[in-house]
Ligand binder design. Structure first.
Ligand code: HEM
Length: 552
């Protein structure tokens, strides 16, 4: 052994400094090439067709060429490679699935192999990162199971019933706000209006406090700080999307640099998130103190978030206790099923944030796009109005009325088919698996193209036409097709937890508005079709301007 060591040392002794430098340089270049050409990933997924990736950036440039609309890039690739192909997001290979049957196998039948989503947050403030990773949307394994169980009561019939007054109050305020425009024949950006309604409803359900969008501060009207933060965080999903690309393009070695010197918009996004977290944190603390529960805080949230930007929120909610039945209130009482321990502070905050983010943008786009589709389809509008007439124009919509709008239900399904707010979802394989002849190796990331599947001529006749009647067809073929190829809320155990909440809100808001007003697209202010903005969820880039007309 000693002889071998001696020989090695002697060998090294004969190497000159130049040879050493050259060797190191070679090694470095080899590493860069291996990293840039991702040979292992290419090899593992070699049986799946797809566009040729460029070194380092993969196929990311093509996504930028489609203005960050991933589903448009996928549509183009699918023309060449079919409904299952791979592409490289920077160095990471992703399997894109546009096949309804395969999507169901992944999300439903083989849930045990695909239990989790893949996390795609940009490098950012470490504390923010730790909170985000604990939210239900990206939670993994048994931690996710426990969270889902703890949150589920909020979305059962009783929980939903308690939210109905929030929704009614939010839409009543909007109806009153629209009255001047209706009287003057004016035009209103209904996307902004619906964002407001949805934020009030979901914000109160998550945080347990009433979110007045505007409030008096020192005698001046100011935007509510949580609303401002939430709007900023949500409206910048396009920024988020751009930054989602960064972790894939940049190496983790560069993260500390980005954390230390974040680009301006990423820095603002961080502040917005911190404000949301601070509000939830303060409310959770108050709720715990009232119940005499121990404070468990392993992320040192209080000192970490004690910054000048968050102080006004801390002071505002210093003695406010969140309403019973809200996410914060429910979770301070919940126990981790595995350990029997109460949840930790950052875990509670993470859920309030997840519910707010997952439930606001999605619902407001559903509300607005339904207004859009109905406004451009006079026959559909006539049927919706007839249904509302039969229900009554002067009756409030209550929790018990949800089954009284079968045609509107079909309209919502059709609107969600053509304009799915959550246009894709992701899963990660925890083990090797064969699916209908397709081999998916352990660790592979799968993106399910909800948008593509819901517009595929393979599943839908006249797929680009708005035809709610297709959901009234109860023939076995129609039912099977709808169950297979309609994925607007995802599928399987990780299906959207808030889908009933969203549908109740849609019926309450839309019926209440249509009882009083008719909405006509204002072509002088909104393009036809309206421009979309890319992001984790869809939205209208320049709003949806509508003329508000009072109904007789
Ligand atoms: C029209 C409105 C909505 C749409 C289109 C929508 C769509 C989706 C989709 C596609 C997913 C992924 C499902 C999957 O991977 O299989 C999802 C997950 C989720 N949604 Fe929604 N959503 C909406 C409203 C809401 C609301 C109102 C809430 C909360 C109140 C909410 C909370 C969540 C949560 C927490 C998840 C993650 C669930 C988990 O991983 O267990 N969503 N949603």
């Amino acid at each position: 052994m000693c002889a071998i060591l001696d020989a090695v040392v002697a060998g090294f002794a004969t190497i000159s400094l130049w040879q050493l430098i050259l060797g190191a340089l070679f090694g470095f270049v080899a590493l860069i090439i291996i990293d840039g050409f991702h040979p292992l990933a290419r090899w593992q997924l070699r049986h799946i067709p797809g566009p040729t990736p460029l070194p380092f950036v993969g196929n990311t440039l093509e996504v930028y060429r489609h203005d960050l609309f991933l589903f448009k890039a996928w549509e183009k690739w699918a023309e060449t490679y079919g409904d299952v192909f791979k592409w490289f997001w920077g160095p990471q290979p992703v399997i894109c699935v546009r096949d309804a049957e395969l999507a169901r196998l992944i999300t439903v039948k083989h849930f045990k192999t695909f239990p989790d989503r893949s996390m795609f947050y940009p490098p950012q403030d470490k504390t923010v990162q730790r909170v985000l990773s604990q939210g239900i949307t990206f939670a993994k394994g048994s931690y996710w199971t426990g969270l889902r169980g703890a949150l589920q009561p909020l979305f059962h019939s009783h929980g939903l019933q308690s939210y109905q007054p929030l929704m009614e109050a939010a839409v009543e305020e909007l109806a009153a706000d629209l009255a001047p425009a209706a009287a003057a024949g004016g035009s209103v950006d209904m996307h902004a209006a619906m964002c407001n309604v949805a934020l009030k409803a979901i914000g109160e359900a998550a945080f347990g406090v009433k979110l007045q969008t505007q409030e008096m501060v020192d005698g001046q009207i100011r935007e509510n700080a949580i609303v401002a933060a939430a709007t900023y965080a949500l409206e910048n999903t396009a920024v988020t999307l751009t930054f989602m690309l960064l972790p894939r393009l940049l190496k983790p070695a560069l993260y500390p640099l980005i954390r230390r010197f974040p680009p301006k918009r990423l820095a603002q996004l961080n502040v917005a998130r911190m404000q949301l977290f601070t509000a939830a944190l303060t409310l959770a603390r108050n709720a715990m103190a009232r119940l005499g529960l121990p404070w468990r805080d392993e992320v040192h949230m209080v000192p970490n978030f004690d910054r000048p930007e968050t102080r006004p929120l801390r002071e505002k909610y210093a003695s406010v206790v969140p309403a019973a039945g809200s996410v914060v209130d429910l979770l301070v009482r919940a126990k981790d099923k595995q350990t029997g321990q109460p949840l930790k502070a950052h875990q509670i905050v993470a859920q309030a944030n997840s519910i707010l983010v997952a439930g606001h943008d999605t619902t407001s786009f559903m509300l607005t796009s339904t207004l859009y589709w109905v406004a451009r389809s006079p026959e559909v509008k006539a049927k919706v109005f007839a249904e509302i007439e039969r229900f009554g124009r002067r009756r409030p919509v209550t929790h018990d009325d949800m089954d009284k709008f079968p045609y509107l239900e079909a309209v919502l399904q059709e609107s969600l088919r053509l304009s799915p707010p959550g246009w894709m979802t992701t899963r990660e394989a925890t083990q090797d698996i064969w699916l209908n002849g397709l081999f998916v190796p352990k660790g592979a990331v799968v993106y399910i193209d909800i948008h593509g599947i819901q517009r595929s001529p393979k599943h839908w006749s006249q797929p680009l036409q708005f035809m709610p009647e297709r959901f009234l067809d109860k023939s076995p073929e129609a039912l099977e097709r709808n169950q297979l190829a309609w994925l607007a809320f995802g599928a399987g155990p990780r299906l959207c937890i808030g889908y009933k909440f969203a549908l109740s809100e849609a019926k309450t808001v839309l019926v209440s508005l249509w009882q009083r007003y008719d909405f006509q697209l204002d072509s002088s202010r909104t393009a036809e079709p309206p421009l979309l903005r890319p992001g984790i969820t869809l939205g209208y880039r320049d709003g949806l301007w509508c003329k508000v007309l009072p109904r007789e």
